[in-house]
Design a protein around this ligand. Sequence first.
Ligand SMILES: Nc1ncnc2c1ncn2[C@@H]1O[C@H](COP(=O)(O)OP(=O)(O)OP(=O)(O)O)[C@@H](O)[C@H]1O
Length: 584
Amino acid sequence: MNLGPYCNGAETLLHGEFGAYPSKGARYALSLTRTELHIQRLVPKPETDQRTVVPLAEVVGCHTLRSRAPADQSAYFSVYAYPLKKRKVAVGSGRARQRAARTFQVDGAQDYEKNQAVAEKWAVAIKCLVLDIPVSSETEIIPSLLPHTRRLLLLLNPFGGRGLALQWCQTYVLPMITEADISFNLIQTERPNHARELVKGICLAEWDGIIAISGDGLLYEVLNGLMERPDWEEAIKMPVGILPCGSGNALAGAINCNAGLEQALGVELLQNCALLLCHATVSPLDLVAVTTASGTRSFSCLSVAWGFISDVDIESEKYRHMGAARFTLGTLVRLASLHTYRGRLSYLPAAEAVAHRPISRSITMAPNGRLPLQHLPLHRALSDMGLCEERHAFRGTEPAPVACPSPGSPSPSSASALPSPSFSFEPLAGLSPASGADKGQGGGPPDELLVPLEQPVPGSWVTVEDDFVLVLAIYQTHLGADLFTAPFAHFDDGLVHLCFVKAGISRAALIRLFLAMEKGSHFEQECPYLTHVPVRAFRLEPLTRKGILTVDGERVEYGPIQGQVHRGLANLITGINCLRIATS
Ligand SMILES: Nc1ncnc2c1ncn2[C@@H]1O[C@H](COP(=O)(O)OP(=O)(O)OP(=O)(O)O)[C@@H](O)[C@H]1O
């Protein structure tokens, strides 16, 4: 049965009839389109026209193999997919991805070389599609279409979340990325700021990406380590990624959502992100340069929070063993003693109108003012099926060794040391500024929209002085993996989504907002106390003496803080284009 040249209306790139492994006499017709692998059993003939369709969005790689039996002139190729399945034992959502490998026998020719060439062609085509490399039926499918083996630096915080990062990485991540032909070096961080120091010392040319296996805090360290390098302009272009093993996992939630996948937590979210990592697509990522009262400047990719949200985040640290549930408990505890905070919030509204639902309500605005790292050998899940790996297809594609440039002389820092404000706040025991020790080593683009914190904001800014329950400057869709807080945000929209809730809101209304936030429908409640304004820059001046401020979920010194967005400064590995994703 010939399914080509079109399969369900899509162009067939490859078509062939193959045996299977283990054999059992079955034969299959395979058709490859840009988005799917169609598998039709021919022998024994099925009673109905039943086809198995493998969405390439669920495929991580394809390997060619050879039989250990010398008489066998067949070549084989295995396709590795990770479809989403309902789990027998309900954990979290009750869904998880299960490895599904299919091995086909290419036996059309008498000699192995010809069969191997066909197997290799299929493997190359499938890998190109997984990596979003354009292929059409006119393309000559040859190994040189493929990029060199990706080399990822995996940084794992063994104490992130519930402390399961290493176990989860070994169980769910390493097998998958091995099948995706990703070469990696896995380093466990030993202390806070270890990841930051590591990325400051690496030779950029040796890596294709840096992946944080933990919560958002570790990625914050990676981004700031890159920005603190003398070559920050080049360094910050290094694709970064996240494999969520923390408790909040906001960025992972945003990546999952961007791919069109159903909201997920725990292992399901980790597997989704690992699958997306195998698909390699990179998106520009906005960073917000945040300056605190002591003049410390750091780069944030998620949020600045004050009030209810930062209180819950930091106060729930003691429930860390509970994983994501720590926030639910923390929320209930905080709701019981709901605080309000007086503050002055100033912002520069975004010039363009942002097309989404009406947002601003009940707003009281007053215009005014080296570490050279040895590569581990490419890890491989070798078949235990009596087949061995055929690596010819990928030989000769390794990059030539590169010389590591020695660190250059530091470029002048634009992080101006701002004097402390005239009023002071209670010192926080044991808390040091987020990057105070490193101040001045790196650079980063100038914050041309900001004036020093001790000067009044420019006249084009808007200022609101009020009692707030919370102030949140968020730049991604998610505040946590299951908190769809800014549904209108995009990785590189060049916007800070300033959200605040003013005092006066009832506890019940606040709970309703947070419950609705799971689905991202909280703005539909038209709560008069909730305001959202898309801005380019903001300043928050707490007027209440005690409080908690967080940047990307990490506590920073309490006091005036301001930030400006730098559009698409970093690169984030986001994986599959959402139009191609399949949810089963
Ligand atoms: N080996 C380590 N020991 C102690 N702290 C570490 C270690 N490695 C990293 N850290 C620090 O742990 C902090 C929290 O880590 P991370 O944010 O990755 O996990 P999390 O807090 O569980 O996750 P989330 O931010 O999603 O809640 C980071 O700021 C990092 O500096």
